[in-house]
Design a protein around this ligand. Structure first.
Ligand code: 7TS
Length: 420
């Protein structure tokens, strides 16, 4: 994997034609309030290219059937597409085998799966789970629920004023009581790319497994699970051009083999008696019920698209776009940006003077700019920063420098409008 630190590029040093890619995204031609849409809410969900929309339509028009059960043409096509998507995901993240790819509803369900099927088997009273203080609620609440149920304790790696993790505290709290580290690869608030290799090395030195929340990293960076050596990784298709309602839990084979089932039902069994059952092979053991088959077809098309653009190109271009945006934003009087980690992605949280983020995002929406305002499912971060909310602009490879210029102009207009 290419380290972002090694990508020291200045503005417009790489050839990347965002405009060409935009042509593939029908929604980017939308107008809102009579103005061209400037979509800067990509950390929440990304837009979908024609290729993904076509894959969904084509599945329903030509292949629709349930998977793994029908001995008929459509059933075979649906199964081949669904299992083919699993292979594509495995290759995309560098997994050794497609068996290590479990389809879930998204990142949230993938983390809940581990908290339930792994946590309830291996975590006991007095054990500790280490998280960071910059987790999305998806990577906090499942562990709170588990800890309460079994009498375990959650410990936290704090962040400093730059939005980077404090390794001194991490070293202190990592102990023989630690059962798992569950941590975000890239923060959806600060944009920080955490030094995950270092964390994993330190954890593995003590025999502690690591779960990565890859919701924000997998869509934007080349991620190789073998290279990172993480034990689990969770991510969502909808944040990487794919449809909603499908995501992934990657796991090391040995971890998956040791886990209990997650949900019971059809598809996850081998033999069933009235009072007992045996389980299907991995990954099907963890996929009870009819899955999101159309979603898998769309997800495969999304991965094909990302591979064609090239993940390293995406990282480099977004890095340039983000540096440019931050530089321009900081020229606006009253601007506070939360997070200045040296390695960062394209989620930029900020406040402009005392304008409430909801008022600011409403103002921006009137100008055609879509951003997110609120706590970004990370109330604990807001509490520590002593603020109620932020506005957040988040970029993807189809955003342009012209859109950033327009966004900056609207921020300046907002300053005047709100009398800063
Ligand atoms: N983890 C991180 C780091 C995230 O950013 C998100 C979603 C999730 C987990 C949950 O993903 P889901 O697909 O299961 O919902 N983040 C955001 C966001 O920042 N704004 O809207 C959703």
């Amino acid at each position: 994997m290419m380290s972002v630190a090694s990508m020291n590029v200045s503005k417009k040093t790489i050839e990347f034609d965002a405009r060409k890619y935009r042509e593939d995204f029908p929604i980017l031609k939308e107008t809102v309030h009579g103005l061209p849409l400037v979509y800067l809410d990509n950390a929440a969900t990304t837009q979908k290219p024609r290729q993904v929309i076509d894959a969904l339509t084509s599945y329903y028009e030509h292949d629709n059937a349930n998977v793994h059960r029908a001995i008929h043409q459509l059933g075979e096509r649906a199964t081949a597409g669904y299992e083919g998507a699993r292979k594509r995901v495995a290759r995309f993240i560098g997994a050794k085998s497609e068996k290590q790819i479990i389809f879930t509803r998204g990142t949230t369900e993938a983390i809940n799966l581990v908290a339930s099927a792994w946590g309830r088997k291996f975590v006991e009273a007095g054990d500790e789970i280490i998280l960071s203080e910059m987790e999305h609620h998806s990577n906090l609440i499942p562990w709170q629920l588990l800890a309460k149920d079994v009498g375990a304790r959650l410990r936290f790696i704090p962040f400093d004023e730059n939005g980077t993790l404090d390794f001194n505290v991490f070293e202190q709290i990592l102990s023989s009581k630690t059962k798992l580290i569950a941590i975000t690869h890239m923060s959806n608030v600060f944009g920080t790319i955490n030094p995950i290799k270092r964390i994993i090395r330190m954890a593995h030195d003590r025999g502690v497994p690591v779960l990565l929340d890859g919701a924000q990293s997998v869509p934007h960076l080349p991620v190789d699970v073998e290279h990172l050596d993480c034990d689990f990784m969770a991510f969502s298709a909808h944040k990487m051009l794919g449809p909603t309602g499908i995501g992934v839990l990657y796991g090391k084979m040995q971890q998956l083999e040791n886990m209990n089932p997650y949900q019971g039902g059809g598809e996850m069994i081998n033999s069933v008696w009235l009072d007992s059952a045996t389980w299907a092979e991995i990954p099907h053991k963890f996929e009870a019920g009819t899955p999101n088959i159309a979603g898998a077809f769309g997800f495969a098309a999304a991965i094909d698209y990302l591979e064609q653009v090239g993940m390293e190109n995406i990282t480099l271009y977004e890095q340039e776009l983000t540096s440019y945006a931050i530089e321009k934003m900081l020229e606006i009087p009253g601007m506070t940006i939360y997070g200045s980690a040296p390695e960062r992605g394209g989620a930029v949280s900020f406040n402009l003077g005392d304008i409430h983020p909801h008022d600011l995002s409403h103002f921006l929406d009137q100008q055609g700019v879509a951003v997110r305002a609120g706590h970004h499912c990370a109330q604990t971060i807001m509490r520590k920063l002593n603020i109620a909310a932020t506005t957040r602009a988040s970029f993807y490879f189809y955003n342009t420098f012209e859109e950033i210029d327009y966004f900056i102009d609207q921020l300046i207009k907002a300053s005047e409008f709100f009398g800063l």
